[in-house]
Ligand binder design. Structure first.
Ligand code: GLN
Ligand code: ZN
Length: 764
């Protein structure tokens, strides 16, 4: 008999109940008791949703983040928080977000723990902090409580914990001391934890070591050996769990560690299944993640059974089945999507449906395919309908793709020649000032969009209202004295969704929310079919904005790689191919803007860095197709047309060469929070084109002082020749208010002029 289980369930709730409860609690509108009650109810619901499985997980639920939970369980609470008065929950939220509802004064707060991306997902965790002073002390109450609750509703409960080596790997040493020096003491606490779990009636423990899919330095491999040799003396069975990729050179290690079972992501490491079976000692359980926990498509159950049956014949009772990874990365229940096109809906599986797939596969293995014949037939019908749908496959798109050559991605002349004609055309001052695109999204703007969507505002009235917003934005920018203007993006709810809604091949869910961090969720669009540009999307708005001013108006687009990385992407063709389709669609829009007389076009690639594979050895492959896609989108324009791009996140010293290959005339990047550290890369690498390092942090409501901007710019001017330096904020201004934006930009412009004067004085 095969056994079924789950690695983790989404926490946020079908209707984002957790989000709303948290936010109410943070605002002081709800008691701690009420918050915890919502959490209890959600957990009960989630276990109910998983009740068809043999084993249900416990401890995967979190009020904010499971890595932060782990830090608290291990007693690793930053000193700055530990010394403050308050409950454990107060401390927890102080680390999570810098404050708890108990902190009444506006800034009785401490600085929050750093947040970063969980492997290559869009989930963000709170980075554990370490120093040579770090001491651990077990506090497993939260986990034990959840286990008790789970045991009350299901007989087989498997706690989920983050393994000690991954925990250390994901953290940051604050004093430069080696993290692995803490391993010994950490293992003692883990041993204590596993003993406590045994006393709580636990048999199997899922211990996650996703670092096994990374390129590990030798000391870290050694740490894994040390950890599991030491923990093997504890009285529970460990299911060593890996996901998100292949084991590659860690395969043998993963198979040999002395644990009772191994979980392999059989979706992304499908090719390794046979090898793992060969290497795995005969007494060990093998859990295969056969349903993709990262996308929203139905699994082809028949095809899966075709390869799984022989595996089952070989492993028999040693085979367990699960989704590939925690279902944290998919929405809860496709049944909530009542408004979605029925055909597209029939292709989808969210968390609840994915677990059902696991159960069907197990039943087919245990009792023969006949036992689930009807379900297999339905599944097959959905799979075939998706393969064959004319909504998915558009011949003209495929034909156009065939004709793409690299030449399509080349500008007519190299940058230094384009720069001459562009300088002639725009006649911008030294250190030209601009913004990243969006301006404050006021209540009024949001309400107008909502009314229009709800059909309460006629098309013409909506257009007039938006034109007024654009006009207001342009007038403000002129009054401030910016050199290159934008229309402000009032018509956009989201930079990907807006374009997706205007392209063929995209669908949108109503409740397809996925946790990004804490209470923040995103609702990624679904790219289900060939992507096609039907008609111009932005020209009317941008042309209108340009008609209001004699200054250059930047047209604002989202790039193909960002569209891809922030969507649920079809799995029936390589991502690179979908990206190329997106590139051609954006190219059409770029050319439409140029045709409409727009002379500067910005193509945002906010999420380009996010798509980097986990293993560095695979970076070049990704960068090759991603940069090619950008070039094809951007580079069809005349020399005189200036292409801008923008990227968030400051860490891309390591991909600066690739970014230069995009060959945008101007790139604006986020740098202010790193104090222009990012620009260190320019000591090593001469970035050839123009660049606007962000001079102030738009995530903060603070107004930057002129002096501080001058200082940052001064730093930048030491690395970038002055004639290639732009001045702009870190990112778009849509989350700020006009009261914040006006003085901030005014100071930014003053700083630019001050620096220009300095340079003029030096030159004369
Ligand atoms: N143009 C977008 C804006 O200003 C860019 C957003 C982003 O980089 N995330 O809002
Ligand atoms: Zn940005």
């Amino acid at each position: 008999m095969v056994t079924t289980h789950n690695l983790g369930f989404p926490r946020i709730g079908r209707n984002r109940e957790l989000k709303f409860a948290l936010e109410k609690y943070w605002k002081g509108e709800q008691t701690e008791h009420a918050l915890l009650e919502t959490a209890d109810t959600l957990r009960q619901q989630h276990w109910q949703d998983q009740s068809q499985l043999d084993w249900i997980p416990a401890g995967d639920f979190s009020l904010y983040d499971h890595v932060l939970d782990t830090s608290f369980m291990l007693g690793n609470v930053p000193e700055r928080v530990a010394v403050l008065a308050g409950s454990e929950l107060d401390s927890y939220f102080r680390v999570a977000r810098g404050r708890s509802p108990a902190d009444k004064s506006a800034c009785g707060c401490v600085h929050a723990g750093e947040m970063t991306k969980w492997f290559d997902t869009n989930y963000h965790y709170i980075v554990p902090e370490f120093s040579s002073e770090t001491r651990f002390a077990l506090n497993a109450n939260r986990l034990l409580e959840q286990i008790r609750q789970a045991q009350a509703v299901h007989s087989q409960v498997k706690p989920v914990i983050l393994g000690p080596v991954s925990y250390l790997w994901l953290g940051k040493s604050k004093d430069g001391s080696g993290k692995l020096e803490l391993l010994e003491e950490l293992l003692a606490v883990y041993a204590q934890l596993l003993n406590e779990l045994k006393s709580a009636g636990i048999d199997w423990v899922q211990i996650d070591e996703p670092v096994l899919v990374m390129e590990l330095p030798e000391p870290w491999k050694h740490a894994l050996r040390q950890a599991y040799y030491q923990l093997q003396t504890t009285p529970v069975k460990l299911l060593l769990t890996t996901y998100f990729g292949q084991l590659q050179d860690n395969l043998q290690l993963a198979c040999e560690l002395p644990v009772a079972g191994l979980h392999l992501d059989a979706v992304s490491a499908h090719d390794e299944v046979a090898k793992v079976i060969d290497w795995l000692p005969a007494h060990k359980t093998l859990s295969l993640g056969i349903v993709n926990g990262r996308n929203i498509w139905k699994t082809d159950l028949t095809a899966t059974l075709d390869w799984l049956e022989p595996v089952h014949d070989r492993l028999q009772d040693r085979l367990w089945l699960a989704p590939s990874c925690s279902l944290l990365h998919v929405p809860v229940d496709a049944a909530s999507e009542t408004k979605l096109d029925r055909e597209i809906h029939s292709w989808l599986a969210f968390a609840v449906q994915k677990l059902h797939e696991v159960a069907i596969l197990a039943k087919a293995l245990n009792h023969g395919r006949e036992s689930v014949a009807g379900m297999l037939r339905n599944n097959q019908a959905a799979i075939v309908s998706r393969w064959q749908s004319s909504r998915v496959h558009q011949l003209p798109v495929k034909a156009r793709l065939q004709e793409v050559t690299n030449a399509l991605g080349n500008r007519r002349s190299p940058y230094h020649q384009r720069a001459i004609v562009q300088r002639e055309r725009f006649r911008l001052p030294l250190f030209p000032t601009t913004t990243i695109g969006s301006f404050p999204q006021t209540q009024r703007i949001r309400q107008t969009r909502r009314d229009f969507r709800a059909g309460q505002l006629a098309q013409a009235d909506y257009r007039r209202a938006m034109q007024q917003e654009i006009e207001h934005c342009v007038r403000e920018q002129e009054a401030l004295g910016l050199d290159v203007l934008v229309h402000g993006e009032p018509e956009r709810n989201d930079m990907v969704e807006y374009f997706g809604e205007h392209l063929d091949g995209f669908a949108f869910t109503e409740f397809g929310w996925v946790q990004s961090y804490g209470s923040r969720c995103v609702k990624p669009p679904v790219i289900f079919g060939d992507v096609k540009h039907a008609q111009p999307i932005t020209t009317e708005w941008i042309q209108y904005a340009q008609s209001l001013t004699s200054k250059p108006m930047k047209g604002m687009l989202t790039g193909p790689v960002t569209m891809l990385n922030w969507s649920f992407v079809r799995d029936d063709q390589p991502r690179s191919e979908t990206c190329l389709q997106l590139a051609l669609a954006i190219r059409d829009e770029v050319l439409a803007l140029e045709q409409a007389g727009i002379r500067m076009i910005q193509i945002d690639e906010a999420a380009l860095r996010e798509g980097l594979p986990l293993r560095k050895s695979q970076w070049n492959n990704y960068l090759d197709w991603a940069i090619r896609a950008f070039r094809i989108a951007a580079n069809g324009v005349a020399d005189q047309t200036q292409i801008h791009t923008h990227m968030c996140y400051s860490e891309f010293n390591d991909i600066i060469e690739a970014i230069a290959r995009m060959d945008a005339d101007v790139i604006t990047i986020e740098t202010s929070r790193s104090d222009m550290e990012l620009l260190d890369a320019f000591d090593r690498f001469q970035y050839p084109n123009e660049i606007g390092p962000g001079v102030y942090d738009i995530h903060s409501p603070n107004i930057p002082a002129v002096d501080s901007i001058v200082q940052l710019l001064g730093k930048a001017a030491r690395r970038i020749p002055p004639e290639r330096l732009w001045v702009n904020p870190d990112c778009g201004l849509k989350t700020r208010t006009w009261e914040e934006v006006k003085p901030a930009l005014s100071n930014m412009i003053a700083a630019s002029r001050q620096l220009a004067d300095q340079f003029a004085a030096q030159a004369s």
